[in-house]
Design a protein around this ligand. Structure first.
Ligand code: PRX
Length: 652
């Protein structure tokens, strides 16, 4: 449906679903009614679309808040639900994965083939001593083996901890240690930006003594997929994936595990330097990811070709590449590389090649395509697309409209989905075919989810700006922070008692639609990735040049926010520092310590940092500097001259 865009107020546009879309849509308005009538029964009903070895009789146990138990007496096998079930239902020949490697190699894997690969991998892991309750770290590129590994771990009732391949050896070590992983699954290397980027050396380094740390002692084996064919060192603990798989039996019967059996730990940045291991369990998680994947993406598994561009190293890849789509028997595209390799039309070429119907990506990608210009996507046939999704950060109305107009040919509904690593699955989104879409707003909680916007005192607002809370437990909610129940309670539940505090600011408009306003804590969102200011500050002060550091997220046209660091150089290091390129040195140091995604865009060397009388760094003022604004109110500073000094001494 062609709509005139009001350039002055794009967010005032409303895009109702076309009658054709509405008639064929999976989601129905009755879902809201059912959830409003009996919320728990609504979720129980969603859960019943999974296969339960032992059906549950209880839906929610909230007797020990904030520790929820969903479908507690039920038993299921998550991998069986994503694989064997579809084969047994006669869909074994349906393609599960349409994998495209960056150099142009490709593989199509059916549900029958994927099931057999996962069964073999489960046998390989069993031979390596993995049992229910163990943890397995996965550090792989976007290749089918990443999904096979996750499902093989799940099949055994063990928990995976997927670590994004862009993280450094130090970050990997911290995650392996925290989870006490027994096995690491990695690859020699993967393709990125036209060349092989090695992975195994980081695993080797992470297991060796590091700084003050002795050799890692919980990992007994490293299973190595051959992908990059780059040279790698070989240790006694290493096993080649292809050799182990060649000998493995394709028979493996999935055993039932309790609904609350841990499924995975995924580390995410918080307000302190130490990443939090977010724990998700089985039955409730799979229920909500499958249900939202069906309803929010209007999935017709027999005809759709779905593509979520996220890496499995992030929650979006867990929920909407691995578990949601496979639980629903979808056919999906997986792409190993970057959007611009070997040319900047690569994504559109993939959509054309596979006839992708549903595309789910991040605003930062959309904005960088906007910058390159519409002439690139216009060279490709994108007419197969019928639904577009957005996730990870607020999508500005201009980018929303471009997405719909240039990529969606003014036809496709767009769903802007708000959720978090902690929520496990989509919480706020339009339902395509039901909701009239509003550019820039994530809009309404999905059926069965209760959201409130509250003021600082916790009072619900009818409209206006406040803080986002989830007021009742939901099936895919985090069950805690691995090994740290106190931090779980303090981070999410202390502020508003019985309600979950998401850490996001939000506006409720007159129609009751939610607009996300970004984080209200010291967490940054760079290209849809969460980064902690404290974690980058501690990486900066670990460098011998640095006496003190403060990091802020400054708004950035393409990446949403960018990392901007202010550092004070130690007196004793001044001469050395000045002889080198300080900014380049510190930027590469951060990349080495945490990973390239954390590399600051700008480093300002300053003489002092603005602090309150109690010694707290006033980030608001630093943000003013980083964003080139006039510096705000400085009256609460201990030394009101500091900002002037900073302004004078900035070197970029
Ligand atoms: O600030 C919100 C933002 O991303 C944060 C969660 O980050 P992460 O756990 O890495 O998960 C990202 C993918 C689900 C949120 O606290 N965020 C996520 N989706 C949106 C969003 N902000 C605005 N609009 C969204 N659709």
């Amino acid at each position: 449906m062609e709509q005139q865009v009001d350039q002055a107020q794009p967010e005032k546009q409303v895009f109702p679903p076309s009658p054709e879309f509405r008639d064929a849509a999976v989601a129905r308005p009755e879902l809201y009614e059912a959830a409003a009538t009996d919320r728990l029964e609504f979720w129980a009903d969603q859960a019943r679309s999974l296969h339960w070895h032992t059906p549950f009789t209880q839906t929610l146990d909230w007797s020990d808040p904030p520790f929820a138990r969903w479908f507690d007496d039920g038993e299921l096998n998550v991998a069986y639900n994503c694989l064997d079930r579809h084969v047994e239902e006669g869909n074994g020949d349906r393609v599960a994965l349409l994998w495209e490697g960056e150099p142009g190699d490709s593989r199509a894997i059916t549900y029958a083939e994927l099931t057999s690969e996962v069964k073999k991998a489960a046998n390989v892991l069993t031979d390596l001593g993995i049992e229910a309750g163990d943890r397995v770290a996965i550090y792989l590129p976007m290749i089918p083996e990443a999904i096979v590994s996750m499902l093989a771990v799940a099949r055994l009732g063990a928990a995976h901890s997927v670590v994004f391949g862009g993280f450094s050896a130090d970050s990997l070590r911290a995650r392996i240690d925290d989870a006490g992983a027994k096995l690491v699954i990695t690859a020699d290397g993967g393709w990125r930006k036209g060349k092989v980027s090695p992975l195994k050396p980081a695993v080797d380094a992470s297991l060796e003594p590091r700084g003050d740390l002795p050799a890692q002692d919980t990992v007994t084996n490293v299973l190595v997929v051959r992908r990059g064919e780059n040279e790698v060192d070989w240790n006694d603990r290493d096993v080649w994936w292809h050799e182990a798989m060649a000998d493995a039996s394709p028979e493996h019967e999935a055993q039932p595990f309790p609904a609350e059996n841990p499924l995975f730990i995924l580390y995410t940045s918080g307000t302190t330097g130490k990443p939090k291991g977010i724990l998700h369990t089985s039955g409730g998680y799979l229920t909500q990811v499958a249900s939202t994947h069906r309803n929010v993406f209007d999935l017709h598994p027999e005809s759709d070709v779905y593509w979520c561009t996220a890496d499995v190293g992030w929650i979006t890849g867990h929920s909407y590449v691995t578990y949601g789509p496979l639980a629903n028997g979808a056919t999906q595209v997986i792409y190993e590389g970057t959007p611009d390799a070997p040319h900047s039309g690569r994504w559109w070429e993939i959509i054309q090649k596979y006839g992708v119907t549903i595309l789910y990506t991040a605003p930062t990608a959309i904005r960088s395509f906007m910058k390159l210009g519409r002439q690139i996507p216009e060279q490709f046939d994108l007419s197969s697309l019928r639904l577009l999704g957005s996730v990870g950060e607020p999508i500005n109305p201009e980018a929303w409209l471009w997405y719909r107009h240039v990529i969606g040919a003014d036809r496709t509904p767009i769903v802007d989905t708000w959720w978090q690593t902690e929520t496990g699955a989509i919480m706020i989104s339009a339902l395509p075919g039901v909701t009239d879409a509003k550019p820039g707003s994530a809009q309404v909680p999905i059926p069965g989810i209760t959201i409130d916007v509250v003021d600082d005192a916790g009072t619900s607002l009818d409209h206006g700006d406040g803080l986002l809370v989830v007021s009742e437990p939901w099936p895919s909610m985090l069950r805690g922070i691995w090994g740290d129940p106190d931090r779980y309670r303090e981070t999410y539940w202390e502020k508003f008692g019985d309600r979950y505090f998401a850490g996001d600011g939000a506006r409720l408009d007159e129609d009751g639609d939610v607009w996300l306003l970004g984080r209200v804590d010291d967490v940054m969102n760079v290209s849809g990735h969460r980064l902690s200011t404290a974690e980058i500050e501690s990486a900066l002060v670990a460098h011998h040049f640095t006496a003190e550091a403060a990091v802020v997220g400054a708004s950035d046209e393409t990446t949403g926010q960018a990392v901007v660091a202010f550092v004070i150089i130690k007196q004793s290091q001044l001469a050395d520092a000045e002889a080198s390129d300080i900014a380049a040195e510190l930027r590469s140091h951060v990349a080495k310590q945490i990973g390239p995604i954390a590399r600051p865009r700008d480093i300002y060397v300053v003489a002092e940092l603005p602090k309150t009388r109690s010694g707290k760094i006033m980030r608001r003022l630093l943000r003013d500097v980083a964003e080139g604004r006039e510096i705000g109110d400085t009256t609460t500073l201990a030394d009101t001259q500091v900002m002037r000094i900073i302004g004078d001494k900035v070197v970029r």
